[in-house]
Design a protein around this ligand. Sequence first.
Ligand code: NAD
Length: 320
Amino acid sequence: MRVLVTGAAGFIGSHYTRTLLAGGYTGLDRIDVTALDTLGYAGRRDNLPAEHPRLTFVRGDVCDPALMRDIVPGHDAVVHFAAESHVDRSLEAAGVFVRVNVQGTQNLLEACLGGGVERVVHVSTDEVYGSLSEGSWTEDSPLLPNNPYSASKAAADLVVRSYVRTHGLDASITRCTNNYGPRQHVEKFVPRSITRLLTGGEITLYGDGSHVREWLHVDDHCRAVHLVLMKGTAGRVYNVGGGDGLTNRLMARTLLNLCGAEESRVRAVADRKGHDRRYSLDDTRIREELGYAPQVPFAEGLARTVSWYRDHPEWWNTPG
Ligand code: NAD
């Protein structure tokens, strides 16, 4: 099987690619991977093996139609992680989010159609549903995104839907909660907090810190994505929950404990504009239909993540 992974040098895409190459998913005899990434600020070539007999790395842009027409044919499947992924950046410069996340996705799908790709998974986010005060979202909940990042992801989801309905492309969508794990860019809350604590700095907490997020280890997320790739139904959306919902304040306290830091090293800052209060996913569908269950206990996964950042200062102190 030949798989094209987009955004393969980023946090989640690289974890998925490394696990694929290491034979970490069952049901596949031999897998060849083409890893595509622009190597922008969030992508690091050293997140992937320097050399591997079944890995081809292509530095390129999903928005480039000629490149996509060139490299996509010949692949059996495409797993699409490439995106502009940081909400805060989307508040300052939304245009690139629309270009990469919406137009890039459409461009990739077009190449998949033309290139005869048999299976596509588009990796999306729970943020497309907006914010809710109680209960949990199912896949049928309305798309009500509140910031340019989540709006661009929601738009991409609709483009995927249209390619399934109109052209019969065999594509599924995953929507997961917040991921954590090794190799996440330090702009994101968990690695930013850990690396600041390890270097004597403070955790900054938006507003009153009562925003609730569910946390999913990157390993569980990638396992879910692969399950959807192999067993998912065309046109179907699959929520991927972590089950561990906690306030940002509680997450900060947990990280303080793991880093051996005092409570005083948390500082409140002005809230993010349009900040969603609470996310919560109902992921019954992927559990019942595909047999998914997260395997990494939160406390253990977070402790291992802190250890990874402690042991790899060269990774977060140097650009990729
Ligand atoms: P990331 O920013 O670490 O990785 C994204 C990768 O895409 C980077 O390597 C970047 O260089 C690459 N990229 C950006 N623009 C590109 C382009 N035009 N062409 C090719 N490559 C390009 O993000 P991540 O956290 O690994 O997220 C991966 C996917 O998962 C994204 O689609 C994101 O929306 C989704 N997601 C992430 C989370 C999370 O908590 N991290 C949660 C839900 C969904």
